[in-house]
Write a protein that binds this ligand. Sequence first.
Ligand code: ZN
Length: 265
Amino acid sequence: MSLDREQPGTVESIYRLEAGFALAADRSIYTPGRFQGEPITLPCNAYLIRRAGEWTLWDTGMPDELALEPEGRIIAHGLRGILPRTLRSQLQEIGVVPDDIGTVILSHGHFDHVGNAALFRHATWVLQSAEFDAMVGPDAARHGYRPELYEGLRDARLLLLDGDRDLFSDGSVSVIATPGHTPGHASLLVRTQGGRAIVLSGDVAHSSFNLEHRYVPTMNADAEASRRSMERIVDLVREEDAELWINHDPGHATAVPAGRAIFGW
Ligand SMILES: [Zn+2]
């Protein structure tokens, strides 16, 4: 199937980009009451989407500067971020420079998702207004945000949403409001050529195990909303017969090869 012949209502391709690893000394922050004192390493990802010949990024990963520190650094929530490969270098391998990215859709404002905001100041940023308000509000630190990572965002073109949005009005890319992990967390439903649907669920849950057991991490902004959002994602995956890609799930991350176009199932 040719990349040039796009079908209406679908994206042409999706690339998984590696966005480093988050190391937690105590896994039970994600599973209160379970796995206490056990360390865990979470893979982090961002996704590059090509639609109608244009590039859209879903999340931006950890800040590229972190790659200069082999041991990484503790950044927020006691999590150590380690970045073996920069986002910029992975884009380059695909033949994309940051200026080519027209739209950035943000799941939420944590450091492993918004870390490279500075590379994409020219883009249109799509996020929930509740998320943006929290990211720039007085409780930013309490929510685990690092505002210095996205200082330039106030001057960027912002498309602030209050709920779901069929972004290009053709069903190809839909933002799904899934608050709870943070005040305005969002997920993404993407339709690909060949009639497949993919749900990119951000941090609604940090693994399929955690989703299955409906664990609400200790850091989450709203426990009740977190549970509702988990139900919503489970329902959506069933209704759409979709593949679920959980951002930090080790199995999901490696099931999709990094840096290669995935299309035309
Ligand atoms: Zn998060």
